[in-house]
Design a protein around this ligand. Structure first.
Ligand SMILES: [Zn+2]
Length: 476
C-alpha cells in the first residue's frame, strides 16, 4: 500500500509541476499559422498490423462494397509512415512499453507505463497538449486504466497499478474518459467491485462535476461538460457479441467525444481513441472479430475525417498501432495433412474471405459456450449452429475436448485459439502466434503537420515527432 501511495504521490507531483509552470512557458493557443494542430485525433488500433488492415479493407471492398477510411481517405490524402515497435528489453513489445514510446518519445521496458528504460520520466504529448489548455479525451474499448490510454498521461513502473492510474485520472481530470473497467471504480463492498478499498470513484468523479454514463442511451443524451463513461466491468464487447441497444461501440463513443470536446472550446483538444478489441481478437486468433471491430474503428476514424473536412487548417488525424498481434495473413496451405502434393494445396481466395461474413459470434463467445470441459457433442453442436459450412479437423476436435495446445505459440485461450486454426483451415487466413510480433506497423496522418510522419522510423522517434509538433518546435 505504501508503495502504491508513493506512485500516486509521484503522479500527483508531476501534475503539480505541469500545472505550476510559469505563465511564460504556457504556450499560446494552437492555430494553423503556427503549424500547431488545434484539434488532434490520435487513433490507436491496438495489435493491428498491415495484414489486419489489408484484410479489413478487402472485406469492406469485396463483401460490403465500401471504402476503408484509413486507407482510402487518410492514407491517400495524407502521409504514410512505417514504424518499428520493439521494446527496450524485448524484440516483441507490449502495449505499455509501446504506448510509452508513442506518447513520451523514449524506449521503455515491457510493463512500464510512461517511464523510460533509462530511468527518466518523459512528459507526454498529451501532457504538452494540456499545457496549451487543450481539452483531453481518453477513449478505449479496454478498461480505461489499461496500458495504452494510461501511458499517454501517467507514469508508473507497473501497468497493473490500477488504483494509481485511476487516482491520477482523477487529479488530471480529462474532459472525457470512456471505456470499460467499471469494476475498479466501485467500492470494495459493492457487488461487481474489484477495488482494494471502499472508495466510490464514480461518486468522486460526479462530485467533481462529471456526468456519468454506463449505457449507450445515457451516452447519447444531449449534454455538455465533462463525462465519465464506463460501459463494461472490464473489457467492452466485440462487435459480433455487442448488445447494440445497450452498449456503445468505439464509433458511438467517438461521436460523443467529438461533440463534448468541441463544444464551446476555443483552445482545441487532443483525443486519444483506441480499439483494444482488434488486439484482443488477434490474441484468440479470431479473424472475424478482427474484421468487424476494425470496421467499427474505421467508421470512428470517418467521424474525425468529417471533422477534418470542416476544419482542415486546424486538425490533425493520426491513425496507427502499437504493435502487430498474431502474425496474420492469407496464404497457401494444405487442404489436410494426408499429402503435400499440389493437388492437396489450396490458396486463399475472395470466396474464402466472403465465408467470414457468416460467422455470427466471436471465438471468445464460442469458447464461453463450450465452457471449461467441452464434450465432443457440444463441439459438434457449436460447429452446426455458429460455423455453417466450416469443417473441424478431427485432431482439433480432440485437442478442444482434451484441453491440449495444438502448437507452441497458440496457448492464451486453448479453445478459442484452436477454433481460430479451424477457421484458418477453412479460409487459408493463418495465424503464426497468439501474442505480439515485431512486425513494423503503419502510421497514417492527415492534416496539420501530417508530413512529419512520412518515412521509416522507430516508435520512440514517432513520440518525439509528435511532441515537437504539439510543442510548436519546427523540426523533427
Ligand atoms: Zn496484446
Amino acid at each position: 500500500m505504501r508503495r502504491l501511495l508513493r506512485y500516486v504521490g509521484f503522479c500527483k507531483n508531476l501534475l503539480f509541476i505541469v500545472l505550476l509552470l510559469p505563465a511564460s512557458s504556457v504556450q499560446s493557443q494552437p492555430r494553423a499559422e503556427s503549424g500547431i494542430p488545434k484539434y488532434v485525433f490520435f487513433f490507436l488500433s491496438d495489435g493491428a498490423g498491415m495484414a489486419h488492415l489489408e484484410i479489413a479493407r478487402q472485406y469492406n471492398l469485396q463483401v460490403r462494397n465500401e471504402d476503408f477510411v484509413i486507407v482510402d481517405k487518410i492514407m491517400k490524402q495524407g502521409s504514410v509512415g512505417v514504424m518499428t515497435t520493439h521494446a527496450a528489453d524485448s524484440l516483441s513489445t507490449d502495449s505499455a512499453a509501446a504506448a510509452t514510446a508513442l506518447a513520451g518519445g523514449c524506449k521503455a521496458n515491457l510493463g512500464a507505463l510512461g517511464m523510460c528504460a533509462d530511468g527518466t520520466t518523459p512528459i507526454s504529448a498529451m501532457e504538452l497538449a494540456r499545457r496549451r489548455g487543450m481539452r483531453l479525451g481518453l477513449v478505449t474499448t479496454a478498461p480505461v486504466y489499461d496500458a495504452s490510454p494510461a501511458a499517454f498521461v501517467c507514469h508508473v513502473p507497473n501497468r497493473r497499478d490500477y488504483s494509481a492510474i485511476i487516482d491520477h485520472y482523477f487529479d488530471l481530470a480529462p474532459y472525457v474518459l470512456m471505456g470499460g473497467g467499471k469494476e475498479q471504480f466501485l467500492p470494495k463492498s459493492q457487488l461487481g467491485s474489484r477495488r482494494i478499498d471502499e472508495t466510490d470513484m464514480i461518486a468522486a468523479f460526479v462530485k467533481k462535476g462529471y456526468r456519468f454514463a454506463d449505457t449507450k442511451e445515457e451516452l447519447e443524451r444531449p449534454s455538455s461538460g465533462k463525462l465519465l463513461g464506463l460501459f463494461a466491468p472490464i473489457y467492452m464487447s466485440f462487435e459480433l457479441d455487442r448488445d447494440k441497444n445497450r452498449e456503445p461501440s468505439v464509433y458511438d463513443m467517438t461521436r460523443a467525444t467529438i461533440r463534448l470536446l468541441h463544444d464551446q472550446n476555443p483552445r482545441g483538444f487532443f483525443a486519444f481513441i483506441e480499439s483494444e478489441n482488434i488486439d484482443s481478437a488477434a490474441h484468440i486468433s479470431d479473424i472475424a472479430s478482427v474484421i468487424h471491430d476494425y470496421r467499427e474503428f474505421d467508421r470512428a476514424v470517418g467521424l474525425a475525417y468529417d471533422f477534418y473536412r470542416k476544419y482542415p487548417r486546424d486538425t490533425l488525424i493520426i491513425v496507427t498501432s502499437d504493435h502487430e498481434t498474431g502474425g496474420l495473413g492469407f496464404t497457401q496451405a494444405l487442404k489436410d495433412l494426408t499429402s503435400t502434393k499440389a493437388s492437396n494445396q489450396v490458396a486463399g481466395t475472395s470466396a474464402d474471405l466472403k465465408k467470414l461474413q457468416f460467422l455470427d459470434i466471436s471465438l471468445k463467445k464460442a469458447a464461453q459456450i463450450l465452457g471449461p470441459h467441452p464434450s465432443a457433442d457440444a463441439v459438434d453442436k457449436l460447429m452446426r449452429e455458429h460455423f455453417p459450412g466450416f469443417v473441424l479437423a478431427p485432431e482439433f476436435k480432440e485437442a478442444i475436448v482434451k484441453r491440449q495446445p495444438v502448437s507452441r505459440t497458440m496457448f492464451l485461450d486453448l479453445t478459442a485459439n484452436t477454433l481460430g486454426l479451424m477457421v484458418a483451415n477453412n479460409t487459408q487466413a493463418y495465424w503464426q502466434t497468439a501474442t505480439h510480433t515485431n512486425q513494423p506497423v503503419l502510421v497514417a496522418a492527415l492534416g496539420v503537420g501530417a508530413e512529419r510522419f512520412r518515412g521509416y522510423y522507430d516508435n520512440a522517434d514517432f513520440g518525439r515527432i509528435l511532441k515537437n509538433l504539439i510543442a510548436g518546435k519546427p523540426t523533427k
